[in-house]
Design a protein. Structure first.
Length: 145
């Protein structure tokens, strides 16, 4: 599995922890490469584009709250980014919503929680039969005013 991973300065240390812990996967690291202040949209755009172009299988984004990263990533067609802060949501986000971008709110989790959350997220499959219709409602939505 090839995973695009990106973090701003607030998520840098956890990004490095995840790359080390899940070394059996190949990572394309789009930055940040240190904990010097950086702007999260730059990394979210890169991860979403790599996923959208099928260069990677999944994406992981990290910042303080995760909200900004999710907003940026979800602007791309076919990207389903979810802000996940516990193991239950990690499993359900994959089974029910087919998230392909895991967004971790670094200020909302203990340092080693992201390992547990990411492990579950990587191992859980989408329950397509039951929930594919809901994703079609998202993808096929046509705004009428």
């Amino acid at each position: 599995m090839i995973i695009a991973i990106g973090a701003d300065h607030r998520g840098f240390s956890i990004k490095e922890l995840l790359k080390e812990h899940f070394s059996e996967h190949q990572f394309i690291d789009v930055g940040a490469y240190n904990d010097v202040r950086s702007d999260y949209p730059l990394f979210a755009h890169q991860v979403a584009q790599l996923l959208q172009k099928n260069i990677v299988t999944k994406g992981i984004l990290l910042c303080a709250t995760g909200i900004g990263m999710a907003i940026v990533a979800n602007r791309y067609k076919g990207i389903y980014a979810g802000v996940i802060w516990n193991e239950k949501l990690s499993k359900e986000s994959r089974e029910d919503d087919n998230t392909n971008v895991l967004v971790l709110p670094c200020d909302g989790v203990d340092f080693f929680d992201p390992i547990k959350i990411t492990k579950i997220w990587l191992e859980t499959e989408f329950n397509g039969e039951r929930y594919a219709y809901r994703l079609a409602l998202i993808d096929d939505y046509k705004e009428e005013i």
